[in-house]
Design a protein around this ligand. Structure first.
Ligand code: AMP
Ligand code: MG
Length: 534
């Protein structure tokens, strides 16, 4: 092996750029005190060192994105760097300044209150990956909070980011999970019982962490200069295929964000993901799932379900509202871009494009979930009836669609019980007699539809199993991994990540990772409802 190949893949060989800091206006003040920051896209701030960093988990696939050898992740230096205790040459740590609408209300300046960008790695293929620590300490945007993150929510972010990637859903990535050796005080349920919990830091990766709220803040302040700088920068660095910045390119860019956001929400719908806090400051301009907080996975199908306790009364961010909320958020972004785009109609076209792309994407996605080669007009009623039935008989959405793939291979004249057998595992309660009859009628009609569709049964089954996951990071399973980790057994994190690497492939011996939510988990904190206190 030559000396150069020995060096490749090491921390010290990472090539960093600092375009966000270099090209965009920065905070003139350098003190790390909480304040309003004007006319700036960032404040330089270094992570606050922690007592005893220790690596709990690392994603080798995320490491590969920045050209880092998996072996390098096991070194003490890796834990130091990704806990925020040491900087690598070329890093320019900073917190971003942005605003946002939270629960429908303009919230003013928010900013990275506990996230600190370390720098942008340029990998050998020329791709740019921004590295960001979450939980790395206070910044000028921390408001009254501590800038830290607890282990439970860091495990949740780490596992779900990587699971989403393996599921094929656009997402920010997670490189590492490091415990800090320090305690963090949290009132998990906001009920006046704060507890000391273990602290942790996750390193996330994304092309950038630019949010809708970045643009909203400058427009809300009438700061068209910074708005223009940020828009031009975003176009040049992250959407160069659209051409040099101009009003026409701004329009094309907004349309592209609309298209990507539509695709994102279709994918969430496909896998049963509920983000939980779709505030505009948590919306990525790249169309990625961003900011894993009180998210959840739909188990018994219920479009009104929200995992977020803060949202329990209004259910603004429940599963069924996500497509409409994404559109509302895009309208906020459109308003923020208005100063750059003379014709309001062009922005409205983007919103219309979102609605169209979502509707088309949803039909194609539903056809694929059902194993049909195309969505026909009559399938709309079929799907509507299906969701009525899944609501009527509490049914696990994930397991239902896996069971349906079995059915795709059954012959037409099969007995009722055999027809229902693959679906039993998905029922949280057996169907009432009328519901059972209705389901049988629906299944027989689907079998006839399959016959007309004409695809070979085994091909249909395989295609269905490629879009209907078997393993998703169910809330109660992640909570069990968290419980174990808090007791000192952290092996569950790597075990679960390994299962989630292949979410569409049945893995013998790992049936427990696909099991429907047990009764005890129905109302347990962390398993069904989560707070924002992460
Ligand atoms: P989120 O609801 O997690 O998206 O957070 C909304 C805002 O609160 C963001 O600006 C965060 O940076 C900030 N924030 C949340 N938790 C903390 C914390 N522990 N310390 C400082 N800022 C925080
Ligand atoms: Mg956020």
């Amino acid at each position: 092996m030559s000396c150069t190949s020995v060096a490749a893949g090491r921390l010290d060989t990472l090539v960093f750029d600092d375009s966000y800091v270099r090209e965009l206006p920065g905070d003139p003040e350098s003190t790390n005190t909480v304040r309003a920051v004007y006319g700036a896209c960032h404040s330089l701030v270094v992570p606050t060192p922690v007592a005893a960093p220790r690596l709990l988990a690392c994603s080798r696939e995320a490491a590969a994105l920045i050209g880092l050898d998996a072996g390098e992740c096991a070194t003490p230096r890796f834990a130091e760097v990704f806990a925020g205790n040491a900087l690598l040459p070329g890093m320019r740590p900073h917190a971003a300044c942005y605003g946002g609408h939270q629960f429908g209300q303009w919230a003013g300046q928010l900013g990275d209150g506990r996230a600190i960008v370390l720098g942008e790695v340029l990998n050998a293929g020329g791709a740019r990956w921004t590295l960001q620590l979450k939980g790395a300490g206070r910044t000028p945007y921390s408001r009254s909070a501590d800038g830290r993150a607890v282990l439970r929510s860091s495990i949740r972010e780490f596992l779900c980011s990587e699971a989403m990637h393996h599921l094929g859903v656009p997402t920010t990535r997670a490189l590492s999970l490091v415990v800090t050796g320090e305690g963090v005080l949290r009132d998990m349920l906001y009920d006046g019982n704060p507890q000391i919990e273990p602290g942790a830091v996750v390193c996330r990766l994304a092309p950038s962490f630019i949010r809708f709220g970045h643009f909203e803040l400058f427009t809300a302040r009438g700061d068209e200069y910074t708005l223009g700088k940020l828009a031009d920068y975003t176009l040049r660095l992250h959407f160069p295929e659209l051409g040099a910045p101009s009003p026409a390119t701004y329009v094309a860019w907004f349309h592209e964000i609309c298209r990507r956001t539509a695709r994102l929400v279709v994918e969430w719908t496909r896998v049963g993901f509920v983000h939980g806090v779709m505030n505009t400051d948590n919306m990525s301009v790249h169309g990625l799932t961003l900011d894993y907080g009180p998210y959840g996975w739909l188990e018994d199908y219920d479009p009104l379900w929200t995992p977020n306790t803060t949202d329990a009364a209004g259910r603004r961010y429940c599963f069924g509202n996500q497509p409409g909320i994404a559109q509302w958020n895009l309208a906020r972004l459109a308003a923020a871009l208005r100063p750059l785009i003379p014709e309001a109609e062009a922005l409205q076209e983007g919103i219309d494009r979102y609605a169209r792309t979502y509707a088309e994407g949803w039909r194609a996605m539903m056809a694929a979930k059902l194993g049909l080669s195309a969505f026909e007009a009559e399938d709309a009623a079929r799907v509507e009836t299906l969701f009525d039935m899944l609501r009527e008989t509490p049914t696990d959405m994930t397991l239902f669609f896996r069971g349906l793939a079995e059915l795709a291979e059954l012959p037409g004249g099969v007995a009722d019980d055999a027809l229902l057998a693959p679906l039993r595992v998905a029922w949280y309660a057996p169907p009432a007699p009328a519901a059972r009859e209705r389901l049988l009628v629906w299944l027989r009609a689907l079998q006839m539809r399959y016959a007309r569709d004409g695809r070979p049964p085994e091909e249909r089954r395989a295609a269905m199993n490629r879009v209907n996951p078997l393993y998703v990071p169910r809330n109660y399973l992640v909570q069990q991994v968290i419980d174990r980790a808090e007791q000192g057994d952290t092996a569950g994190i790597a075990e679960m990540l390994d299962v989630l690497r292949h979410p569409y492939v049945a893995q013998p011996g790992r049936e427990g990772w696909a099991a429907p939510r047990p009764e005890w988990a129905r109302n347990r904190v962390g398993c069904s409802m989560l707070s924002c206190s992460s």
